[in-house]
Write a protein that binds this ligand. Structure first.
Ligand SMILES: [Zn+2]
Length: 99
């Protein structure tokens, strides 16, 4: 899957950019409505780029709706990892099996 330059979460358009990053594959800046993905993903782990984009979109959804304020940083990360690694694959399988 090609990584889009923009995604929409909770009705907000978020820019998606490749960036030189150390020690992480992506992040989300709620003030700038910006998701950054590590350039190293593009070269070394292209399949992980999509997973990382989905993960950062979860962070965006939690921040844009104020849920992250209730969760705190550690719980927010746990929720983001759970949705990325457990929930989204289950939804994908459901949609594929439906046809
Ligand atoms: Zn995260």
């Amino acid at each position: 899957m090609k990584i889009p330059k923009k995604v929409t979460v909770a009705g907000v358009v978020l820019r998606v950019e490749w960036a030189d990053m150390e020690g992480k594959w992506g992040d989300y800046d709620n003030d700038k409505h910006l998701i950054r993905l590590s350039k190293s993903l593009k070269k070394e782990k292209p399949d992980m780029a999509v997973a990382t984009l989905l993960h950062e979109m979860v962070h965006a959804s939690l921040r844009l709706t104020g849920v992250s304020e209730v969760l705190g940083d550690d719980n927010e990360e746990a929720v983001a990892v759970n949705i990325e690694c457990i929930y989204l694959p289950a939804v994908e399988k459901l949609l594929v099996d439906r046809d």
